[in-house]
Ligand binder design. Structure first.
Ligand code: MLT
Ligand code: MN
Ligand code: ZN
Length: 298
């Protein structure tokens, strides 16, 4: 199984169009700092059949940038686009609308995520006249797996955090999940969790049990959203455990012994600056920061 990051930023990307914080200003001056919205491309044993985890507002550019994700010689269209969703947040789903040219879109999601997209964002109604949309249920851990182009996939429920546009929906397991991937051909396993609201024993066990994990690295510390003025809430209050500090994920992830990478970095996170001193506090056995376009083979 091959994993490739097509993006590693939180909502807004780096730089964010309306922001002049140090991270965004730095990314305008240094293209190497740029990060697109978080997305993971996964390739199993089925040749050319990639699966995308999340569909971001950058999706068309993310696909164009990868030779292997473009239609091959002799094909006039990508026959089927397979997407599995960690949640219904706009930064992970707006790309679905951009894929209206697809012949066939196959979306795998939990029940509440599907409901939010269908009833709140009217995805089926809007895309129906343009493409064939197929939904598949993303099973929660213990309820089996779904086969996506030769990869076995299930979901570990993380929290009942709803997108702001769906705040009136009832809380339930499955709103925000970690996507778990297993290649039956190699036995390789991975976890993709761009939003981690709370640390739980089940999450710790899941990280410990995989070969590689991509985890929420939205904020460096809990005060960052307030100290940078982007919110009146703390990182934890926004549903993102910070990297550092007493409740931070760095030490806890390091203790699992699993190879971990931070993704979904917000533009206010000092880690978007490749020269930031905070990087020296990370690295094996602590998680490293995921790079754009990096690959992991499992
Ligand atoms: C999040 O990651 O918390 C959401 O994407 C934030 C948002 O854009 O509302
Ligand atoms: Mn987000
Ligand atoms: Zn910014």
């Amino acid at each position: 199984m091959l994993l490739r990051t097509l993006g590693t930023a939180a909502g807004g990307g780096v730089p964010q169009w309306n922001c002049a914080c140090p991270g965004c200003t730095g990314a305008r001056a240094h293209p190497g700092w740029r990060r697109r919205h978080d997305c993971l491309a996964v390739l199993g044993a089925a040749p050319g059949s990639w699966v995308l985890v999340n569909a971001t507002p950058d999706i068309a550019d993310q696909l164009q940038d990868q030779d292997e994700l473009r239609p091959g010689a002799g094909e006039d269209r990508t026959p089927i686009v397979r997407i599995v969703l960690t949640d219904a947040e706009l930064d992970h789903t707006l790309g679905l609308f951009r894929l209206r040219e697809a012949r066939h879109l196959e979306i795998t999601a939990t029940a509440p995520v599907r409901r939010a997209l269908t009833e709140r964002l009217r995805l089926d109604e809007v895309l129906g006249p343009y493409t064939t949309l197929t939904w598949r249920e993303l099973p929660l851990a213990g309820e089996g797996t779904v086969d996506l182009a030769g990869i076995e996939v299930d979901a570990l429920p993380l929290s009942a955090k709803r997108p702001r546009y769906a705040a009136g929906e009832p809380p339930e397991a499955g709103w925000s999940v970690a996507v778990r991937l297993r290649d039956p051909a190699t036995g390789g396993t991975a976890l993709y969790a761009p939003a981690l609201a709370e640390w739980s024993e089940s999450f710790e066990n899941a990280v410990t049990g995989v070969d590689c994990a991509f985890v929420d690295g939205t904020f460096w510390d809990d005060e960052e959203p307030r100290s940078t003025g982007i919110s009146t809430r703390t990182a934890t209050g926004m549903g993102h455990l910070p990297v550092s500090g007493p409740d931070g994920t760095a030490d806890r992830l390091a203790k699992t012994g699993t190879r971990c990478f931070y993704t979904h970095l917000n533009n206010t996170n000092p880690l978007v600056d490749p020269a930031a001193p905070q990087h020296a506090l990370l690295g094996a056995p602590a998680p490293a920061v995921a790079q754009e376009g990096m690959e992991v083979s499992l």
